[in-house]
Design a protein around this ligand. Structure first.
Ligand SMILES: [Zn+2]
Length: 376
């Protein structure tokens, strides 16, 4: 360990402690930033000699990284950034926290992935999915896909594990020899009417999308898995990564989901966080029977722009008893009214629950700030 890195670790620990004492959070991100400022080569030094898997994608990074870290436990102590601190500071802090853990599983922000491939020289990268967060960001998906592809070009030694049903990931790894491609059966993708590589319209027919111009989608997959939704797909991808790292038989864990349960006014509520068109579509496609409440806010991290509401297919709501609430309930109510879904509007969650018959559990789909307000 270089003197500079040792100094950096001392300074980082002090900054983290100061931040906690001042009540400014857990101090992880600031400690990491101080470390990298004092010792610019800290990431490279801390990563040296360890076996590292990076996890990135639009949806499910934090939970999938957590699952992967637990699946890797049979290999020995695992270093991971379990708090979702997925930028340089958080990653440096995670590596510094357990410097002797030989196995490392790190969640990485999509835009930071190329930088981290260069700095950490991981053995493998697990790519979950790519979709837009907001309606106007389609171009960002293409930009990220291009950056990922360029980064893998620079690192032919890195093993990629991907969901081949996502055309963007097929494009990212199209020329990358060391790729494990998982198949999950036919499904569509909101942002991939055209080929991410050559812009030719994709043909969307089972068994898979296909580009007649460049052949995207035509490779065979290494393994096909059954998965009821994104959570199960991500779990299957995590198991594949664990297998690749040397875990003989990673167990199936169906308990991890962003679902919380709550009793409110004597009623059982199952809360589900939905934060972008992909996760709304996913949640609606797998609705249990019974009444549904949609709680839509548009504050800060939710994105203030509610145009994404028009990007989601609401027809699975037909036949359910539906109540719409949240600060942007009128936007949401108008949208699902256009989709022909009968519904009521309520001022808040308690009134929404009171409006529903009392003999069934209620599924509540909530945007981020609405979810945090009741689930934490
Ligand atoms: Zn093409």
């Amino acid at each position: 360990m270089s003197l500079r890195l040792r100094l950096g670790l001392v300074a980082a620990a002090a900054a983290g402690t100061a931040s906690r004492l001042l009540g400014r959070g857990n101090g992880v991100a600031i400690a990491g930033r101080v470390l990298v400022a004092v010792a610019p080569s800290a990431l490279r030094e801390l990563a040296a000699g360890r076996r590292i898997v990076l996890v990135s994608g639009t949806n499910g990074k934090t939970s999938t990284t957590g699952l992967l870290a637990s699946l890797l436990a049979p290999l020995g102590p695992v270093s991971t950034n379990g708090t979702g601190a997925n930028l340089t500071g958080g990653i440096a802090a995670a590596l510094a926290a357990r410097p002797r853990a030989q196995t490392v599983a790190l969640e990485v922000d999509e835009m930071h992935l190329p930088l981290m491939l260069d700095a950490l020289q991981p053995q493998a990268v697990l790519l979950l999915n790519l979709s837009r967060d907001q309606l106007h960001r389609t171009q960002e998906v293409r930009v990220i896909a291009n950056r990922w592809r360029e980064a893998l070009d620079r690192h032919p030694e890195v093993h990629a594990i991907i969901d081949y049903e996502d055309p963007f990931l097929a494009y990212v790894t199209q020329a990358h020899e060391r790729t494990t491609r998982l198949g999950f059966g036919f499904r569509t993708h909101l942002d991939a009417a055209c080929c991410p590589g050559c812009s030719h319209p994709l043909t969307w027919q089972p068994p898979r999308y296909h580009c007649a111009q460049c052949g995207l989608g035509g490779r065979s997959v290494h393994r096909t898995e059954q998965a009821a939704g994104a959570v199960e797909r991500n779990a299957a991808l995590a198991r594949e990564a664990a297998r690749w790292m040397g875990v003989a038989d990673p167990p199936v864990d169906r308990t991890r989901d962003r679902v919380a349960s709550l009793r409110l006014a004597g009623r059982d509520l199952h809360l589900r966080l939905v934060k972008n068109p992909a996760s709304w579509t996913e949640a609606l496609a797998h609705l249990p029977a019974g009444p549904v409440v949609l709680a839509v806010n548009a504050r800060g991290v939710d994105g203030r722009d509610t145009s994404w509401l028009w990007d989601v297919d609401y027809t699975p709501l037909r036949g359910h008893d539906v109540v719409v609430t949240g600060e942007r309930r009128l936007d949401a109510a108008y949208r699902i009214g256009v989709a022909g879904v009968p519904h009521r509007v309520a001022a808040d969650l308690e009134q929404a629950v009171a409006a529903l018959p009392s003999d069934q559990a209620i599924t509540v789909l909530m945007s981020y700030t609405a979810y945090i307000a009741v689930a934490s």
